[in-house]
Design a protein around this ligand. Sequence first.
Ligand code: ATP
Ligand code: MG
Length: 695
Amino acid sequence: GALAVAAARTRNGAHARNGGRPCAAVLGEPLPAALDDGLGLLVHPSADFAAGALVSSTQQYREMYQRSIDDPAGFWSEIAEEFYWKHKWNPDEVCSENLDVTKGAIKIEWFKGGKTNICYNAVDRNVEAGNGDKIAMYWEGNEPSDDGKLTYSELLDKVCQLANYLKSVGVGKGDAVVIYLPMLMELPIAMLACARIGAVHSVVFAGFSADALAQRIIDCKPKVVITCNAVKRGLKTIPLKDIVDTSLAESAKNGADVGICLTYENQSALSKVDTRWKPGRDVWWQDVVPNFPTKCDVEWVDAEDPLFLLYTSGSTGKPKGVLHTTGGYMVYSATTFKHAFDYKPTDIYWCTADCGWITGHSYVTYGPLLNGATVLVFEGAPNYPDPGRCWDIVDKYGVTIFYTAPTLIRSLMRDGTEYVSRHSRKSLRVLGSVGEPINPTAWRWFYDVIGDSRCPISDTWWQTETGGFMITPLPGAWPQKPGSATFPFFGVQPVIVDEKGWELEGECSGYLCIKKSWPGAFRTLYGDKDRYETTYFKPFAGYYFSGDGCRRDKDGYHWLTGRVDDVINVSGHRIGTAEVESALVSHPKCAEAAVVGIDHEVKGQGIYAFVTLVDGVPYSDDLRKSLIMTVRSQIGAFAAPDKIHWAPGLPKTRSGKIMRRILRKIASRQLDELGDTSTLAEPGVVDQLIALSDS
Ligand code: ATP
Ligand code: MG
């Protein structure tokens, strides 16, 4: 708990600026036989699972990790050799970097001099290896009766046709293309087609408003916008094309006049005749793309040429335009996918993330296809027609790897286990979680109920900026502690620093930074080098600063404690919001919780907790007291919430994360300072919370 953390900071004061090293438990000391994770026993992978795993013991992990740190150039070159390069990189420039703002401009370059193409590696290479008939993608529509599939050869044909079309309208290397599509197979196809011709894609989540889309179009000035006429989510039809029309009109007034809006006709949602149309600008996909040849030459690009631009979720403020390049991202997304999910060629892999987020880039599209995997793309909503949909899909396709977010796990948990247990789920072998810290209670439910206590969980900590996993279990290698993201991926050197930038060693808690670059690192914020350096490299000179807080326990396991802006200091105790939320959610009547700090005359800061209750449970004074008691007994009296605010719903980003910055303003009644709310999924929730403030 947090008390133990506070004590550890003074007890283990040993630290060394830039001289720290990864915790001993990572580097070679054997794990003690029994560990105290505060919640009971360690969770070991079964002997069978470990025996068949790519990395099957802590010892093997340690050796590989050590090598990746001692000789990053050698380690990553060997992996990069497995891909196709038109020209090999300069052997003495595998990585060149400067992460220290005091020594000049920030620079990160990998595989300099190399020429390759990520589309070629993700698609053509699999066909050429004889896997043309393997299913690349299964597609499951909004309606359970709607589905489809593509083999690798068919995928290649479709990608080439679209690439040829884009070339025919003048899109070339370095040009931006905005993609505003729901989870149709055309979405990854469009990403790959751009990559094939060296164009830079910027996918905008198709749940964003016209304003949010316009903002992004104005920022990157695409030659083409790719969309579809409409989409159905559950019972709701969303007229995407109308939204695009509004944002294109808005963008044109702001210096971004987009010449072409390529529109896929999504017949199941809306007919052609009912779609608003601007002749000259708007083009039906089905009218043009199928007429193009199914062969299209690859544009060989430099390893450091841009691959895509993607805006962050906007949990902490205005979204940042993260730019990724080609070579390093390719090697990193593929390698992290392979190891964190212990990928086998027979796997059927399903990630519930939308391609509008980084997770959909690295772990729906690029990572899996680069490994020749079979990926499931799901258009619909996880609770339509009922909350058993996910397990229906798992059984229908025989899904073996299921990767999702804590927000979905908590919501399915609230719906009850009967929706789960009536499906077999026996095909599942690995589970994954991303997006927020996963509370131990949700972890347990995911593990025991969804995975029948058989499937290891990869709790992957990473960011849009990191391109791929940074701290994650390797499922066959580590015994797990529910709620911990465990250990760093190969080549990643996480350090925990204090306010002054001193590296803390051993058991500690503080700001999570990364010490050296890794191949998947982003290279800049588009058009804003200053914000890039200020946000990530200036807070702690010499390090990449993640913005997240982290605790390392005595065994070297990493526990993400939430955003550092969210750390609450109560009478000198630093308390991570995630820890208090975990305690609240462990209460059987609490479905979700979000904790923020408020000014407090005596304690400096007090704890203000928003709680959502399990369906049908009424809020009462007794329940309030019992929630507070739960926190007191699990963490300590100092962490007891000063105020419990009943919340029928919480403000979330469209990617499902709780927006604590808005809750902070509500808690402190600064209602005119709510800030950027354009990434909110349901703006109505905010008014509802304000109305309930004084209940
Ligand atoms: P913005 O940067 O615009 O505020 P964001 O940080 O939510 O938005 P993303 O890049 O999508 O945008 O999310 C990365 C963040 O999500 C991490 O910094 C971390 O706070 C959180 N996160 C992701 N995975 C995990 C995880 N497994 N455990 C804990 N936190 C996680
Ligand atoms: Mg962020």
